[in-house]
Design a protein around this ligand. Structure first.
Ligand code: NAP
Length: 254
């Protein structure tokens, strides 16, 4: 147990689980959320909301709050905050680990077209395709110039404004089970899926359904990251914390 707080950069299911696990073990935990969603589910422990003002701002927060360990548990595609976290940990000399859920792995029957970016995904769509765009609303605009393509968008909440796409259907729904995803793709005669390699189980059924139906998936790869200390599970992140706290206690006794 630590009297100094552990700072988790959150906004993911794993970060909330990590906060809960560390709080149950008696640690003081501060979770940081960007403040993008209006009704975020509140992690256990203390919560702060909003940007820090770049790596220097995050480093100042770490120093001012006496943070013992910094854990970047943000989404695999949240690039800026992850770069900031590495830099801030260096500036503030703080123990640091990144918790990142494993990417989905291509299986032998998968028909994936791997692309490095959203713009590459736009140009990878064959002419006259019927595409399920499994992306958040902030990633739709680059597809507007594909006037030959018909898009299906599936979202949990309605957008504030209509999308600037030539031809699209908006379906308000959550990702379904494998059976439901197969029916969804078949009923709409989808020819291609476009998604990001987010990993995790919540939206994996559509990838399995595409495999069953032999549909191509235009898979946007994760951003390349500098080599940093990184773990893939909450258990390994907790183990890192315990080790780092043990070392800092020893350091203070010497
Ligand atoms: P981003 O582009 O990497 O970050 C942009 C700026 O937002 C950062 O420079 C930072 O501002 C602030 N920020 C981001 N995450 C923060 C956090 N956890 N606590 C405090 N400030 C944060 O991030 P993004 O892609 O917009 O994602 C924002 C948040 O949503 C992340 O926390 C992420 O885990 C979550 N999320 C993202 C996605 C996604 O697809 N990108 C999906 C699900 C959840 P300052 O420089 O001022 O500190």
């Amino acid at each position: 147990m630590s009297e100094r707080p552990i700072l988790i950069l959150g906004g993911t299911a794993e970060s909330a689980l990590l906060a809960r696990t560390l709080v149950s073990a008696g640690h003081r935990v501060i979770s940081s959320l960007a403040g993008r969603t209006t009704k975020p589910s509140r992690p256990e422990g203390e919560v702060r909301v909003g940007g820090f003002g770049g790596p220097e701002g995050l480093a100042s927060f770490i120093r001012d709050e006496g943070i013992a360990v910094l854990i970047d548990a943000t989404h695999p595609f949240a690039e800026r905050i992850s770069d900031n976290a590495i830099r801030a940990a260096e500036i503030a000399h703080c123990a640091f680990v990144r918790l990142e859920r494993p990417a989905w792995k291509r299986l032998p029957d998968d028909n994936w077209i791997g692309v490095p970016s959203l713009l590459n995904a736009v140009s990878a769509i064959p002419a006259n395709a019927n595409v399920l765009l499994a992306l958040g609303r902030q990633h739709i605009a680059p597809f507007a110039n594909r006037r030959d393509v018909r898009f299906t968008l599936r979202m949990i909440e309605p957008p504030d404004e209509p999308f600037d796409l030539p031809a699209y259907e908006l379906v308000l729904a959550k990702p379904g089970s494998l059976h439901e995803e197969e029916a969804f793709l078949r009923n709409r005669q989808i020819t291609h899926i476009i998604c990001r390699n987010s990993g995790g189980s919540a939206s994996y059924a559509k990838i399995e359904a595409a495999r069953q139906l032999g549909l191509p998936v235009i898979m946007i790869d994760r951003p390349k990251r500098p080599s940093i200390h990184s773990v893939e599970s909450v258990e390994d992140a907790v183990a890192f914390v315990e080790t780092a706290l043990g070392q800092s206690r020893l350091g203070r006794k010497e």
